[in-house]
Design a protein around this ligand. Structure first.
Ligand SMILES: Nc1ncnc2c1ncn2[C@@H]1O[C@H](COP(=O)(O)OP(=O)(O)OP(=O)(O)O)[C@@H](O)[C@H]1O
Ligand SMILES: O=P(O)(O)OC[C@H]1O[C@H](OP(=O)(O)O)[C@H](O)[C@@H]1O
Length: 199
C-alpha cells in the first residue's frame, strides 16, 4: 500500500450509523418490542427511537408521538420537515427529518413505519435494515382486541389489511413475536446492538 492510500484510509471516518425500519402487521408487537428495547438502551447515545408525527391524539400508555391535525400535517410536510410520510388507517404518519439527522454521524435510528413506505425510506440512509415483526394471525386478533385502542370494525380492517413487504437494497431481519414481550424485545435488542459501533 502506498503512503497516500494509507493516509486516505485513516482520514476516512468509519461511520456506523444506520436506519432501522420496524415493520409488520397491526398487532405484531412493533411498539411493544421497540418500547422494551428503548428501555434497555435509554442511556446509550448510539441509539435513537424516532418520534413520529401522527394525526391521532396521543394516548396515555400508548406510543409517545407528536400529534397534529391534517392541516398541520400537510403544512409540516410542505415545509420539508418530514423525511418520510405515509397514510394508513385513515391517519397520516411522518418521520421528521430532524429524527434522522444523527445517522450520518454514526447514530442508529429506529423507526416504526408502514411496509408500503420501505421503498422511499431506503433512500434516507446508506445503511438501512428492515426488521419485520410478525406473529400468527390468531395472536394478532387477540392482541388487538386486548389492546382496545380501536373499535371492533377498525380492528377487522387492520387484520384484513394487505401489505406487501418489498426491499430493494436494505437487509431484512425477521422476529416472530410469539413468546413474551421480554423475549421479543431481547431479540430486537441483540439485533440493534450488533448494528452499532463500539460503545
Ligand atoms: N409478545 C407479546 N405477548 C403478549 N402481548 C403482546 C406481545 N407483543 C405485543 N403484545 C401486546 O399486543 C398489543 C399489540 O402490540 P403493539 O401495539 O406493539 O403492536 P403493533 O405492531 O405496534 O401494532 P399497530 O401496527 O397496530 O400499532 C399491545 O397491547 C401489546 O402490549
Ligand atoms: O400496514 P402497514 O402499511 O405496514 O402499516 C401501517 C401503519 O400501521 C401502523 O400504525 P399504528 O402504529 O397502528 O398507528 C404502522 O406503524 C404503520 O404506520
Amino acid at each position: 500500500m502506498t503512503n497516500s492510500s494509507a493516509e486516505a484510509m485513516i482520514a476516512t471516518p468509519v461511520l456506523t450509523g444506520a436506519l432501522v425500519l420496524v415493520v409488520g402487521p397491526s398487532g405484531a408487537g412493533k411498539d411493544a418490542l421497540m418500547e422494551g428495547a428503548r428501555g434497555a438502551l435509554a442511556d446509550d447515545r448510539r441509539f435513537r427511537f424516532a418520534r413520529r408525527l401522527i394525526t391521532r391524539p396521543a394516548l396515555a400508555g400508548a406510543e409517545d408521538h407528536d400529534s397534529c391535525d391534517e392541516a398541520g400535517f400537510v403544512a409540516a410536510r410542505a415545509r420539508g420537515e418530514l423525511a418520510l410520510s405515509w397514510a394508513a388507517h385513515g391517519l397520516h404518519y411522518g418521520i421528521p427529518a430532524r429524527e434522522l439527522a444523527g445517522i450520518a454521524g454514526g447514530e442508529v435510528v429506529i423507526a416504526n413505519i408502514s411496509r408500503g413506505a420501505i421503498g422511499a425510506a431506503e433512500a434516507l440512509a446508506e445503511r438501512v435494515v428492515v426488521v419485520e415483526i410478525t406473529a400468527p394471525a390468531a395472536i394478532l386478533a387477540k392482541r388487538l382486541a386486548a389492546r382496545g385502542r380501536e373499535s371492533e370494525a377498525d380492528i377487522a380492517k387492520r387484520l384484513s389489511r394487505e401489505a406487501r413487504l418489498v426491499t430493494e437494497r436494505a437487509a431484512l431481519r425477521r422476529i416472530v413475536n410469539d413468546r413474551s414481550i421480554a423475549e421479543g424485545a431481547s431479540e430486537l435488542l441483540g439485533l440493534l446492538r450488533a448494528l452499532a459501533g463500539p460503545a
